[in-house]
Design a protein around this ligand. Sequence first.
Ligand SMILES: O=C(O)COP(=O)(O)O
Ligand SMILES: [Mg+2]
Length: 239
Amino acid sequence: MNASEKAANGWQGVLLDLDGTLLDTLPDLAASANQVRAALDMPLLDEQLIRTFVGKGADNLIKRTLAGSLEARETDPTLFEKARAVFFEHYRATNGDKALIYPGVLEGLQALKDLGIPMAVVTNKPYDFSVPLLERTNLMQFMQTVIGGDTCTRRKPDPEPILQACEQLNSRPTATLTIGDSINDALAAKAAGCGVVAVPYGYNEGNPVTDLPVDGIVESVFEAVVWLQNNRPDNRPNE
Ligand SMILES: O=C(O)COP(=O)(O)O
Ligand SMILES: [Mg+2]
């Protein structure tokens, strides 16, 4: 085992959530959600309410935006299609305008790169929004692959996108660490057999991150790398 493999502590890959973990995308998402409301002559929603709607992909965000509530009701298909067209057009034009990289992200990604650990983004954001956003924020250079919310048949909390990312990184799921901000990351990673840690600053559909079934809560992506160096996968000895 070389020095970098030793420092990686047995971990073969790291999967990163996008919205609420790498980037604060709420202002852009909320602006597009409110564009939908305005187009339909509905009163605008508070950004902090929209914050709770983020996590299960764009279509769910749109349904929740139409309902004005986390519990999206059945939406009239014609209304939904109109809302979706407005959202997609507006978000495509503004995606990343106000996005901010969270503290510790660049340091964490650089540390993982230095350890030689391959990285992927696994997000519920549609793929065609994710890659341009990662390129615009210069984070794409760290990623081997990106799995979007529409890349697989199912999205998080299903394990399918996590397993697909592991396969692409050639990383055994049990030796792969997922870093996320929500119940969707926690459940998907656990179902795939991965380790998972959560950051507390993101979007967890309005719930405290302390309730999540995760292996650890870390203050930042950089702190996740410290965690990884102190915790072996499945408590197995280094291979
Ligand atoms: O787009 C969403 O709803 C959430 O995206 P995420 O999986 O990157 O947090
Ligand atoms: Mg997230």
